[in-house]
Design a protein around this ligand. Structure first.
Ligand SMILES: NC(=O)c1ccc[n+]([C@@H]2O[C@H](COP(=O)([O-])OP(=O)(O)OC[C@H]3O[C@@H](n4cnc5c(N)ncnc54)[C@H](O)[C@@H]3O)[C@@H](O)[C@H]2O)c1
Length: 293
């Protein structure tokens, strides 16, 4: 929707394997498309004369643990399709999101650097790290202008979470308003890197609008917003809703969270294309509760 506001509704073709929400479907062109189908993708790109692709389709971390081969096929083949369209010079620019899931249990947990031990231990993390390697390879070998960010957990009031390990940080606001209580699938003290959606969109557009010579990293950029635990998030909600309560019942997602960093160093994004986050936890809570109400 931000791209449509920026470039004009008819200039941005939205697409998914299923229908989107009303505002997306009604505000401009929409195509039902399977991103793993190269021919269908190529046809839509030719039909609309598309020059830039944002490939968001993926299976997220928690769901991917349940369907490993489906996750691998979707996450890798959709990326290969778009990279190959770049190689064939049928599109000019590609955005593809990576994730903090590329890091693993041997990665330094605090202030995780851009270049460090990775060794992801989840299906999703393995697919994102492989994707990063392929992005860099296609840039080096075939001059494909592909740009990427390692998103932290994203927090938005406009969409429901999609099967990730940071889903709690969205669900909690919905439950706080509807029921005054939330049962969290992570432990109270598990700190993870997170970002409010407005910051994630701003970072994405900033990276895509940066001059090509400023993009020094073609695998994927570390990006930091904020870092907090479910306990800290609960307190920030209690500042607005004093009777709110969180219970803790960790499930299989705790092990995934334990393998990820607690905070991220994004100095490369700051230096190369001027990134600076605007949302902290307090501001995020005010925005989430205000908008969801
Ligand atoms: N949400 C986060 O916190 C987060 C964090 C890091 C990275 N990311 C990455 O950002 C991207 C978007 O994540 P999201 O949270 O919006 O995920 P989501 O699950 O909400 O959305 C993914 C979309 O992909 C669609 N899809 C599934 N299979 C498809 C196919 N074969 N062809 C076309 N579309 C298909 C789904 O219908 C869904 O609408 C993903 O690549 C994800 O890995 C997200």
């Amino acid at each position: 929707m931000t791209l449509r506001q920026k470039h004009g509704n008819d200039q941005v073709v939205a697409s998914d394997i299923r229908e989107g929400n009303d505002s997306l479907m009604e505000s401009g062109p929409f195509e039902i498309l399977d991103a793993t189908d190269y021919d269908a993708l190529e046809e839509v790109i030719a039909y609309y004369d598309i020059s830039e692709v944002y490939l968001m389709a993926a299976m997220l971390s928690a769901t991917a643990e349940k369907f490993p081969m489906r996750a691998w096929n979707l996450n890798m083949n959709s990326l290969f399709n778009v990279l190959n369209l770049g190689k064939e010079k049928k599109i000019d620019t590609i955005f593809w999101p990576s994730s903090i899931a590329v890091f693993g249990p041997n990665t330094p947990k605090e202030d995780t650097p851009q270049n460090t031990i990775m060794e992801p231990s989840t299906v999703y993390g393995i697919s994102k790290q492989s994707g990063e390697r392929w992005c860099e390879y296609y840039f080096n070998k075939f001059d494909v202008d592909v740009r990427s960010i390692r998103y932290p957990g994203l927090i938005s009031w406009k969409t429901m979470p999609g099967g990730g390990t940071t889903d709690y940080a969205v669900e909690i606001y919905h439950k706080a308003l509807a029921q005054g209580e939330y049962t969290c699938f992570l432990k109270e003290e598990t700190a993870l890197p997170m970002m409010y959606m407005d910051d994630a969109i701003r970072a994405t557009l900033q990276l895509m609008e940066a001059n090509e010579e400023n993009i020094k990293i073609r695998s994927s950029y570390n990006l930091a917003g904020m870092s907090f635990t479910p306990g800290e998030m609960t307190k920030s909600i209690q500042n607005e809703l004093p009777n709110f309560k969180t219970n803790y019942e960790p499930d299989f997602r705790q092990a995934i969270a334990d393998s990820w960093p607690s905070s991220i160093n994004d100095s490369n994004a700051q230096q190369d294309w001027g990134w600076k986050a605007a949302f902290d936890l307090e501001k995020t809570t005010k925005e989430m509760l205000g908008n969801l109400k």
